[in-house]
Design a protein around this ligand. Structure first.
Ligand code: BGP
Length: 463
């Protein structure tokens, strides 16, 4: 057989990612407690596309055996999902739910029986409601509760799992829940947002410390959504605006989790504007001593920035948007269904940045993908979705990832978002991302054209 033109490094991870709340369903079964999504949907279902809530997610809780067999048939050698904190510890702290332990142990075991590396994440936007009532991520009590929960997971499943991730995209609940109204608790207040962001960073370090104290043989990291920041032009004003946008949106998490330290410029800026979160000096030692082994890098879109044009009055509440405006590049390629720019080279630029400025840390692409509305219109007579656009999307990104690997970037895998069409935050089933389509009524699964294509790429370790 001809060897692929784009051959990836040995033992490259091929697979996909999902999260507990988006895939499991069974939100009020098996002793699970309520999380923010269960709660919010029960209060305001009209906020969710077609009023569909997480209870109707793609039923992985019941179907995991068949789904894992399907994964195997699509060439997966690895798969990422999360543990639902509110399933494992329904009140957020205290008693462990034994049914959850059985489910997660069996599910992880099933992956291993199929030679699929289980990659387990601990927090994917789904805070137990009981903790929200005590202040949520604004409270240090949640940091402590999270570290206890993490330790419990390491004790219960540490013999089965070699790759742990503490959190997925922690900046998203910060931006969506404390600077916008897309995640509960729908607060708009930068100082509170900064407190939550800081607590995520501290919680990440505390979980890593607990993990290392147990002397388990695996690796632990965090998953960040990283977007390369491009200035509109090389004018000093645009370049400076992009620099600040990068500081707030990327380096605010990437630096402390990899280098153990916040960028001094960011700290000085927050201090100047009286926006520093409350912290204890001992926290800084914990953050310093407990940096990640491996980074998950979710890539969807670039960040394009121009110097401030829209007026921001001095007396208006503080927001990072005071320093820069977003910029829509003329002629950009868009995924209109999601409103996100498609810029494949962005994945390469960030991998090079990680190589050159972050000690070439071990990294894998933990999410990349394309959500499309109304995909059934692309189905052929047998009901198979002919998603050539998704194949092109993946292949175009893989070409850049391959180039980065050949230039010495320490990139070890590619996971698509997602395996089977899954439920999404507020958008529920509007945009479909899967290699496998889901019929919501019958719960039947059909492999898309991209699924067959992905299998051949994974089996050949390239294309
Ligand atoms: C990432 C999240 C995922 C997933 C994906 C697609 O930010 O980690 O949970 O949802 O984006 O985005 P969306 O579902 O909002 O279209």
């Amino acid at each position: 057989m001809k060897s692929p033109q784009h051959l990836f490094p040995d033992n490259f991870w091929w697979g996909s990612a999902t999260s507990a709340t988006q895939a499991e369903g069974a939100a009020n079964e098996g002793g699970k407690g309520q999380n923010i999504w269960d709660f919010w949907h029960s209060q305001e279902p009209q906020k969710f596309h077609n009023q569909i809530g997480p209870r109707e997610a793609s039923a992985f809780y019941h179907n995991y055996k068949d789904d894992i067999a399907l994964m195997k048939s699509l060439g997966h050698n690895s798969f990422r999902t999360s543990i639902s904190w509110s399933r494992l510890i329904p009140e957020g702290t205290g008693d462990v739910n034994p049914e959850a332990v059985v489910f997660y142990r069996d599910m992880i075991d099933e992956l291993k029986k199929n030679d699929i590396e289980p990659i387990i994440n601990l927090f994917h936007f789904d805070l137990p409601m009981a903790l929200v009532e005590k202040g949520g991520w604004e409270s240090r009590e949640t940091v402590k509760a999270y570290a206890d929960y993490a330790e419990k997971c390491f004790e219960l499943f540490g013999d089965q799992v070699n790759y742990w991730f503490t959190q997925n995209e922690p900046i998203v609940p910060v931006e969506a829940g404390y600077m916008n109204v897309y995640h509960w608790p729908c607060v708009v207040d930068f100082r509170r947002a900064a407190q939550v962001a800081y607590h995520f960073v501290l919680a990440n370090a505390c979980a890593i410390k607990r993990y290392r104290d147990l002397n388990l043989p695996g690796k632990i990291g965090i998953i960040l959504n990283l977007s390369p920041t491009y200035p509109r032009s090389d004018s000093p004003e645009d370049v400076q605006a992009a620099h600040l946008a990068d500081l707030f949106n990327t380096r605010s998490f990437l630096d402390p989790v990899t280098k153990g330290k916040y960028p001094e410029e960011l700290v000085a800026l927050l201090k100047e504007h009286d926006q520093l979160p409350v912290f204890e000096y001992a926290d800084l030692d914990i953050i310093k001593a407990n940096t990640i082994d491996v980074l998950g890098f979710n890539y969807y879109q670039p960040r394009r920035i121009k110097a401030k044009e829209n007026f921001h009055p001095e007396e208006a509440p503080f927001t990072p948007g005071k320093f820069y405006d977003y910029y829509a590049m003329p002629g950009r390629k868009m995924n209109e269904h999601r409103g996100w720019e498609i810029y494949e080279k962005g994945v390469y630029d960030t991998l090079i940045d990680l190589r050159d400025n972050y000690d070439n840390i071990e990294v894998y692409i933990s999410e990349n993908g394309m959500g499309v509305e109304g995909e059934m219109t692309f189905a052929d007579d047998s009901g198979v979705i002919q998603d050539d656009y998704r194949i092109e999307f993946i292949q175009d990104h893989l070409e850049w990832i391959h180039k980065a690997a050949t230039e010495g970037c320490n990139v070890r895998g590619y996971h698509l978002w997602t395996f089977i069409d899954c439920w999404s935050w507020l958008n529920s089933y509007k945009n479909r991302y899967g290699l496998v389509s889901l019929d919501l009524e019958t719960q039947s699964r059909t492999i898309k054209k991209s699924g067959h294509w992905f299998r051949s790429v994974a089996m050949n370790n390239g294309f």
